[in-house]
Design a binder for this molecule. Sequence first.
Ligand SMILES: Nc1ncnc2c1ncn2[C@@H]1O[C@H](COP(=O)(O)OP(=O)(O)OP(=O)(O)O)[C@@H](O)[C@H]1O
Ligand SMILES: [Mg+2]
Length: 327
Amino acid sequence: MTETAPIFRLLDVEKVYQIDRGGWSRLRRNPPRRLAALDGIRLMVRAGDSIALVGESGSGKSTLLRVLLGLTETSDGRALYRGDDIAVLTDEKRRSFQRDVAMIYQDARASLNPRLKALDLIGEPIRQHALCPEPELRDRVAALLARVGMPADTADRYPGQLSGGQVRRVAIARALASEPKVIVADEAVSGLDVSTQAQLLNLLRGLQHEMGLTLLFITHDLAVASYLCRRIAVMYLGRIVETGPTKEVLRHPLHPYTRALLTASPRFFEPIAETLPGEIPSPIDLPPGCRFAGRCRRQIDRSRTVASTSRRSPRRAPVAKSLASTR
Ligand SMILES: Nc1ncnc2c1ncn2[C@@H]1O[C@H](COP(=O)(O)OP(=O)(O)OP(=O)(O)O)[C@@H](O)[C@H]1O
Ligand SMILES: [Mg+2]
């Protein structure tokens, strides 16, 4: 089987925020502190891939997606879309990028303009890319609404008149409106009741199969990751600590952090007698050495001092080939 050309490639991407110390520190002219939101990320996404990004709050998942979408500049390294640097796309390539890659945001309600009806929210990408004449817009929007299981008269409602689950459906319909090849979704189904969540997951999986969509999906729920995504990337403090086929990684996790995450999903896999102590540390001015050392049950002395292990995912040969790009 021949491998398709990569759609996205992240080459040692770093994103550092300078945090102003404020107060007296500012008067004393102390240098700002460094918050490493992404640190040496390498990732390859091919057409038709479905990749779940998992990890605790603050591990850098949304930042990674924002870099992929060109919404956040990298501090170092490069983010490529079909071989072109996303930060410097020509106008023509940026237009086709915006059409091909659609986003479902973490907070669907906040991402939709409350003053626009669903007709205009879903119609916006259609108009922007001139995908149909104006008189046909309503029919086109109705077809998209039907696709996400909503009646045609939803088109005349504002986001404030819709439930949480309905807002998510409208956000998905809007994401589909430009006929994208890639969908990037940040917590698209979290915070919903179980049955609405299941409906939306079925919808996304159906769309993936029907349209051959490439999917990048952030979730805190490993069961969701396993249902929807063939591959998984586990993030911790700005780094991908483990990648591979979802089922394999979840059945045989190699990194102690992945093992600890699994304890949160005992309903899904056999519980592992290992819990995750403490909270994710602040990513500001991190000390050298393995970032997970302070919470690692194994407490391997070596991991407290050797940084190199922490930048690479544990060895899982076929995985490293498929997800992490070679230099
Ligand atoms: N604009 C910003 N300025 C400063 N720090 C930021 C900014 N955006 C994100 N961060 C920090 O970068 C780190 C990663 O944030 P990010 O939003 O990517 O995490 P996340 O994995 O998506 O978390 P969650 O699961 O809670 O959504 C966090 O420590 C966050 O506070
Ligand atoms: Mg996030």
